[in-house]
Design a protein around this ligand. Structure first.
Ligand code: F6R
Length: 370
């Protein structure tokens, strides 16, 4: 049942091209109205009346929410916040009928997420669930459901659930952008086209597994490392860091690249491994200067770049110790591809250390206590 893979996690990482195809399904169209989501009861009128979005989830699903927040703000031009579910209810969030609450949960059974959903509904919000499990509590109780088509996820460390949650957010953000008339017509085509290329590009990204395996072996001897990035890269850095901690037990921290100099730089010393994501064209120069700062303190840097993200600078490779390049895509979509090397890094670090990847210590697949 592992299809020849050593672990479910590796199998599920490799299923992402298929999961992308299925999650896109026939939800994207080659022309106006671009997005087809007949499962939503929300009308365009109601979508126009929303004044804010709250995204609530735990762990990896929360990290997908960090990307979703940026897509909703940029495309649908609606203020969006993302919260971890165990914090959300206790900060007395400002929820009313003009609030859209999006809960994200692979299993649809996470206790904190479910409690947040109930509280949001009690206060009159409209709740959309992004979930992978048909018939789950979250799917049953939400006003609307957008299913991810990842298929059953067995590995405790979530991979294809996260990446299909990203796709669900992108599609929902485009749908809302159309209803709100917030994105110029000519911007839909390139985004939709880029989304449709993701399955094939995810396949290409998987081909770098061997390179990542050798890097993972090197870092497996270290006790801590950093993931750096700005914007979308910072969001995905947080997921990469969680994945590594969860299954390799190597301590890591994800840092907004520009924030490093406000204290954390003190932890960088000779040989500290740093994974630096630099896929965002508008942030590239700034990120490169942050990379220089860590290198000046002796860090060894793996850069993750994208062809158009580096604005024609072919030199990232000469600046850092190694570079991995992800296939070229729209800057908002890079997490769907850059997460793949990060998942593989966590996987190979764990196997290099001889751990049971699919059953990390202290963790359960579904967390049903608050
Ligand atoms: C990490 C991981 C967890 C889950 C979290 C939420 O790899 O799997 O962080 O993402 O427990 O679970 P769901 O999505 O089922 O609500």
């Amino acid at each position: 049942e592992k299809d020849g893979f050593d672990h479910f996690m590796l199998k599920e990482i490799h299923e992402q091209p298929r999961a992308y195809r299925d999650t896109i399904g026939n939800r994207l169209l080659g022309a106006y109205p671009w997005v087809h989501l007949p499962e939503l009861t929300l009308t365009p009128e109601r979508i126009r009346l929303f004044r804010r979005v709250h995204i609530v989830a735990c762990g990896t699903a929360y990290h997908a929410g960090l990307v979703g927040k940026q897509a909703l703000e940029r495309w649908a031009r609606i203020p969006a916040e993302a919260d971890v579910a165990s914090e959300y209810r206790y900060r007395s969030p400002l929820v009313a009928e003009d609030t859209l609450v999006i809960v994200v949960s692979q299993s649809g059974e996470t206790a904190d997420t479910l409690a947040a959903l109930r509280e949001a509904k009690r206060q009159g919000a409209h709740v959309i669930a992004i979930t992978n499990v048909v018939g789950s509590s979250v799917a049953r109780e939400a006003d609307d459901v957008l299913f991810t088509m990842a298929g059953p996820e067995i590995s405790v460390a979530s991979t294809k659930a996260y990446s299909t949650q990203l796709l669900a957010f992108y599609i929902l953000a485009l749908h809302m952008a159309r209803a709100r008339r917030s994105l110029p017509d000519e911007e839909f085509a390139p985004i939709v086209e880029a989304l449709r290329k993701l399955p094939e590009q995810a396949e290409q990204a998987l081909k770098q597994a061997e390179e990542i395996r050798s890097y993972a072996e090197e870092i497996s001897h270290h006790r801590h490392l950093f993931f750096l990035g700005r914007g979308m890269d910072y969001a995905v850095a947080q997921e990469g860091s969680l994945k590594l901690k969860e299954i390799s037990y190597i301590h890591s921290e994800a840092y907004a690249a520009g924030e490093l100099k406000h204290g954390t730089l003190a932890l960088i010393e000779e040989g500290t491994p740093v994974v630096a994501l630099a896929t965002q064209p508008e942030l590239y120069e700034k990120t490169v200067s942050n990379i220089r700062e860590v290198m000046a303190r002796g860090a060894t840097v793996l850069g993750i770049a994208s062809p158009s993200g580096s604005r024609g600078d072919a030199n990232l490779a000469s600046r850092v110790d190694r570079v991995l390049t992800i296939p070229d895509t729209h800057p908002m979509l890079t997490p769907a591809l850059s997460v793949i090397p990060l998942q593989l890094l966590a996987y190979y670090a764990s196997t290099a250390l001889g751990y049971d990847v699919d059953k990390p210590r202290n963790l359960a697949k579904s967390v049903t206590v608050e």
